[in-house]
Design a protein around this ligand. Structure first.
Ligand SMILES: Cc1cc2nc3c(=O)[nH]c(=O)nc-3n(C[C@H](O)[C@H](O)[C@H](O)COP(=O)(O)OP(=O)(O)OC[C@H]3O[C@@H](n4cnc5c(N)ncnc54)[C@H](O)[C@@H]3O)c2cc1C
Length: 299
């Protein structure tokens, strides 16, 4: 990758040519042209304001819903560290959560505060930034059911609070503006008993363990469930359970999950996904839509 723009000064950490494979669940793919880990919101806003507007910017959480292509990601990838992982109780039923806080931290903080309704985040291995961007959900609830507002830094460096209605939520989709970074979100639940909340979190964790390959190199659900169908069932009926390409495989345990068996390139994983889409289309007439975000350039 060629460097062709000057980077504004930062207080956090700015790394040129930072490998992204170690930072994403699939453990594959190329480097970020620049990886920026801001010291705080002011650092992020000042940087984006001064950055050449032609430079693309992308947020990165735990990389649990991402294929980073093998040629890497041009521009700046922003990753939020500890300074963005704080959680504060606002009132009896709301929590203000930093954009880098994990789903486990949000759900256990809600339990400690006696706030029910956020248990589903226990099972989604991502950050608040990724949840808000993806409208993450599980077990009948999704972010749009609990979000009050999201604090973002726009690509221009402007700080803005977006209300639920500004985010245009549909299934696993938001209208978050391109290049905007979610630095925090306020979620609302309802009063609940901490032991009942813990029991629900345990139930969810056990159900997950039984049905998904949680300790694998994966990206979670690969395809969105089409209206009236389950993606995993369409993949299974098309004969794709266990299908392999290079070092990539359709999971035997949950066939809407793709796996890196160890040495898969992102090209192996993405082309396996495309092959599955074609087979499903031929078998059922349904063209599956990717849920996993595919970013960067091919090698
Ligand atoms: C085992 C497993 C199980 C999963 N189960 C579920 C599930 O039940 N339900 C579900 O909805 N998802 C599930 N997922 C997918 C994934 O966890 C979610 O999509 C999650 O919301 C991604 O969060 P993340 O922070 O890791 O985002 P990433 O994967 O890092 O990024 C996903 C998208 O969000 C953007 N993004 C990330 N952080 C920010 C930010 N701060 N600001 C702006 N944009 C940002 C990225 O640019 C990208 O477009 C699963 C994944 C795995 C591996």
């Amino acid at each position: 990758m060629t460097v062709c723009y000057a980077m504004p000064p930062v207080r956090g950490k700015l790394t040129h040519g930072a490998p992204l494979a170690p930072l994403v669940w699939f453990k594959s793919g190329g480097a970020a042209e620049y990886l920026f880990e801001p010291a705080d919101v002011d650092d992020l806003a000042t940087f984006l304001y001064a950055l050449d507007p032609s430079v693309p910017v992308m947020g990165l959480g735990l990389g649990s819903n991402l294929i980073v292509r093998d040629g890497g990601v041009p521009g700046v990838v922003v990753r939020l560290g500890k300074a963005f992982a704080k959680i504060e109780r606002r009132d009896a039923t709301t929590l203000r959560c930093g954009g880098g806080a994990s789903g486990i931290l949000v759900s256990s903080s809600a339990r400690d505060a006696g706030i029910a309704g956020l248990e589903f985040m226990r099972s989604i291995p991502g950050t608040v930034g990724g949840f808000v961007r993806m409208n993450g959900g599980a077990y009948g609830r999704e972010v749009k059911d609990v979000l009050v507002e999201a604090d973002v830094v726009l690509r221009s460096g402007e700080r803005r609070t977006l209300a639920l209605g500004d985010l245009g939520y549909t299934y696993r989709h938001s209208d978050l503006p391109a290049g905007a970074i979610v630095v925090g979100a306020t979620f609302r639940g309802q009063p609940g008993d901490p032991s009942a909340i813990q029991a629900e979190m345990d139930r969810i964790a056990a159900a997950r363990e039984e049905s998904q390959p949680l300790r694998s190199r994966t990206g979670g659900s690969t395809f969105k469930n089409p209206e009236g169908h389950k993606a995993w069932q369409l993949v299974d009926e098309a004969g794709c359970r266990g299908l392999r390409k290079g070092g990539a495989q359709v999971s035997e345990k949950h066939c809407n999950f793709l796996l890196n068996l160890g040495d898969a390139t992102s090209a192996d994983i993405e082309s396996l996904g495309e092959e599955v889409r074609e087979k499903v289309k031929a078998n059922s007439g349904v063209m599956l839509e990717w849920e996993i975000q595919r970013v960067g350039v091919a090698k």
